[in-house]
Design a protein. Structure first.
Length: 118
């Protein structure tokens, strides 16, 4: 038995991942992570955001933006951020690339530089 096989056997025994469907595994992961997300939200709301405001950095909620600001944010998000938000954690191959080295799972705008370790 290889060390990879042994590691999987132990992991499968401990968490049942050898019999759980991907959706069941995802639900279990979210259940485990939910308290962390809640603590993170409290920390942001009660500590980080007030500290940033005290330092002069004011974060506004989306509904506080003007229509022009919302449109600019939407365009920026689509062009610059969307390629990095696609979910590789379930069914996509994160290493699939096109001829230019960009993610083939979700199109990456040509204006976004592509980094690769050579």
């Amino acid at each position: 038995m290889s060390s990879d096989d042994a590691a999987f056997s132990v992991r499968a025994f401990l968490d049942g991942s050898d019999t759980d469907t991907p959706d069941e595994q995802w639900a279990a992961a979210l259940e485990t992570a939910r308290p962390l997300f809640e603590r993170q939200a409290v920390c942001y709301r009660e500590e980080s955001r007030p500290a940033l405001a005290d330092a002069g950095s004011h974060i506004v909620d989306y509904d506080e933006l003007s229509a022009v600001d919302r449109q600019q944010l939407r365009e920026y998000s689509t062009a610059a951020c969307s390629p990095f938000r696609c979910c590789h954690s379930r069914d996509a191959d994160p290493f699939s690339t096109d001829e230019a080295g960009r993610s083939a799972t979700k199109p990456t705008p040509a204006a976004i530089p592509v980094w690769s370790a050579q």
